[in-house]
Design a protein around this ligand. Structure first.
Ligand code: ZN
Length: 72
C-alpha cells in the first residue's frame, strides 16, 4: 500500500515503515515541530495574520497577471 507523506508529499510504502505516516524521521520531527509551534506560539499566529493580509494585497496587484494566466 502506497501513501503520501503528509509533510513533504512523497509517495511511501505504508508497510514496514517505522516513521508512518511520514516518509522519514525528518518529516516526523518537522510535523511535531509544526504542531508545537502552532499550539504554543501566539506570536507566530499574529505573524501569519500579517502575511495573509499582505498576500491579499498582492492578489489585487497580480489580478492582471492572473486573468492573463486563466485566459490561456
Ligand atoms: Zn516526508
Amino acid at each position: 500500500m502506497k501513501m503520501k507523506c503528509p509533510v513533504c508529499g512523497k509517495l511511501i510504502d505504508y508497510e514496514n515503515n517505522p516513521w508512518k505516516p511520514f516518509c522519514s524521521k525528518n518529516c516526523k520531527i518537522i510535523d511535531l515541530w509544526n504542531w508545537l509551534h502552532e499550539n504554543y506560539s501566539i506570536k507566530v499566529e499574529e505573524i501569519n495574520e500579517k502575511i495573509t493580509l499582505e498576500e491579499e494585497n498582492n492578489d489585487k496587484d497580480n489580478s492582471l497577471w492572473r486573468s492573463r494566466k486563466n485566459g490561456q
